[in-house]
Ligand binder design. Structure first.
Ligand code: UDX
Length: 449
């Protein structure tokens, strides 16, 4: 932090995945930060430097921040009193039985923050919310604390890269009130620039806009990413029907830099705590706004995505000679993607559970998600290693492309299975090497041998 931008006192309300990483990152940038969460166990964990989730690099960052004395955690919202900037980082899950987002935590956290917010201070929303939420919360702020202000500053972090994405984001987006900084009101842009001084100094692109645009940037970005994945998975369906190869197709179209190769990996599709719920909440909000037609394509994006899971189960049945009953199946991967222990809406677990329901003897393994699988999917047989999962297996399914699975030696690994059959649900294995070691290789959207 430069001499001209002295550190700020910052509070971060909600210390889940987003909030915990944000709080530690703000301390890393030199600010004095208090993280507040209603979950006493989580607070105790974080305060002791323990990380309640798997995130490469976060443990070191947290430890550094705690050791510096600039980061504390508490359950007491009063500790946020007097901070110049208060970040709202609570979750917005999908409502049960509906597409819409559940704003219970946003409302509750805002209510408790309004009790401590002072004039001249800035409340900053980072949670992913339906467009229109910030304007509504800004009215509550104006009524309760004249002289305070609200900004919306969406977060684009990816699990597995959360630290890097927070400290070196590819853009900053500030949604600020129309007359921000005029007539003695809080200058939200200037204050956020002070928070992110180091990041701004790196020349990070910045978009300063209204609330609605800032809110939509997040859901639009996630919808675009989901669409890109479902596009290539729709192409995979066609490849399966025609004998074409989706991986080569993706490489070829990806060379056009207007299209780009990123997020064109065909396979089991997207899961996790963001893309699925965000596209659904976006559709629900469009419906409320009378603009549902604009997003009907997202329903198809969702459908394509879910069909891949069904197709994977069918493919497993096919290679098991038409019946799953009593077949021993190894599932490599349970997290929704590698370098994460997050199993929310995990395509891998969805497939594993369907196979088991249809009579297969399924063994699941994952390098990081074991505790979560045992806790939430007790009916699945979870084992520690790929070798245990594959012992006497009739078929091996790669469903999350962890590096340690991509690097398995197919010849050695082949010794534990009953039959050398592999289904590559992520198009991530070296097909030639596996075939050379005598494996029958099948994948979504790929030519059969
Ligand atoms: C996503 C966004 O990338 C991030 O910007 C936003 O802040 C939160 O949501 P994340 O949920 O961590 O991040 O995962 P991401 O890396 O985007 O992957 C999402 C899913 O898509 C995973 O299940 C992944 O396996 C799948 N995926 C990704 C594909 O199936 N194919 C691809 O080419 C890329």
């Amino acid at each position: 932090m430069s001499e001209r931008t002295p550190p700020l006192r910052i509070s971060v309300v909600g210390c889940g995945y987003l909030g915990a990483v944000h709080a530690a990152s703000m301390a890393e940038l030199g600010h004095e930060v208090v993280g507040v969460d209603t979950d006493a166990e989580k607070v105790e964990f974080l305060a002791a430097g323990r990380v309640p989730f798997f995130e490469p690099g976060f443990s070191d960052l947290l430890r550094r921040a705690l050791d510096s004395g600039r980061l504390t955690f508490t359950t007491d919202i009063a500790a946020a009193t007097g901070a110049a900037v208060h970040f709202l980082c609570v979750g917005t899950p999908q409502r049960r039985g509906e597409y819409a987002a559940d704003l219970t935590y946003v409302e509750a956290a805002t209510s408790s923050l309004l009790d401590v917010l002072g004039p001249g201070e800035l409340l900053v929303g980072k949670s992913t919310v339906p467009v229109g939420t910030a304007a509504r919360l800004a009215e509550r702020v104006a009524e309760r604390v004249p002289g305070a202000a609200l900004a919306w500053n969406p977060e684009f972090l990816r699990e597995g890269y959360a630290v890097q994405d927070t400290l070196h984001p590819d853009r900053l987006v500030y949604g600020v009130p129309a007359l921000s900084g005029l007539d003695g009101t809080v200058d939200a842009e200037a204050l956020l620039d002070r928070v992110y001084a180091t990041i701004v100094a790196e020349g990070t692109p910045k978009v300063v806009t209204d609330y609605a645009t800032a809110e939509m940037v997040k859901t639009a970005a996630n919808s675009f990413l989901a669409t890109k994945i479902s596009f290539i998975n729709a192409m995979a369906e066609l490849c399966e029907a025609t004998g074409a190869d989706v991986k080569q197709l993706a490489d070829a179209i990806g060379h056009d830099d207007r299209i780009g190769r990123k997020f064109l990996n065909a396979g089991l599709g997207f899961g996790g705590g963001c893309l699925p719920k965000d596209i659904r909440a976006f559709m629900a909000r469009a419906g409320e706004l009378g603009a549902d037609q604009a997003l009907t394509f997202l329903r198809e994006v969702d459908n394509i995505n879910m069909r891949r899971r069904i197709r994977m189960v069918e493919l497993a049945r096919q290679v098991c000679d038409g019946s799953l009953l009593g077949k021993r199946i190894a599932v490599l991967g349970a997290a929704f993607k590698p370098d994460s222990d997050d199993i929310r809406d995990s395509p891998a677990l969805n497939v594993a559970a369907q196979l088991q329901l249809q009579g297969a003897d399924v063994r699941v393994t994952d390098p990081a998600a074991g505790d979560n699988v045992r806790k939430h999917w007790g009916q699945l047989d979870f084992v520690a290693s790929p070798e245990e999962a594959a012992e006497n297996a009739d078929v091996v399914l790669l469903l999350t492309e962890w590096r340690q699975y991509r690097e398995l030696d197919p010849a050695t690994f082949g010794k534990v299975v009953r039959t050398r059959r592999v289904l590559d649900g992520r198009n991530a294995l070296d097909r030639e090497a596996w075939e050379a070691a005598g494996w029958a290789y099948r994948a979504l959207g790929r030519r059969n041998a």
